[in-house]
Design a protein around this ligand. Structure first.
Ligand code: SF4
Ligand code: SF4
Length: 74
């Protein structure tokens, strides 16, 4: 399964995070408006709708290995 990642070195800490705005799964966590956001893997569906909208082109992703079971492998 795919999970989105935000590269903190590229993230611009935008006042309005477009990644957060488009994420229907509320997977983007930002504790304060000035913080750089991060992705909660337990909420992220891997849809990658956030990738083209990021102003800093900070989005990448990882592919989670499939274990064949119901538990996450990391
Ligand atoms: S839109 Fe991209 S660059 Fe801007 S705060 Fe969100 S993740 Fe960071
Ligand atoms: S990949 Fe989809 S679910 Fe995950 S953070 Fe981006 S928009 Fe949200």
């Amino acid at each position: 399964m795919t999970r989105a990642l935000i590269n903190p070195e590229r993230c611009l800490a935008c006042e309005v995070c477009e990644v957060e705005r488009v994420c229907a799964f509320h997977a983007v966590i930002r504790e304060a408006r000035i913080d750089k956001p991060w992705i909660d893997f337990l909420r992220c569906s891997g849809c990658l709708k956030c990738k083209p909208v990021c102003r800093g082109q900070a989005m990448s992703y990882v592919v989670q290995p499939c274990t064949g079971g119901r538990r996450m492998s990391w």
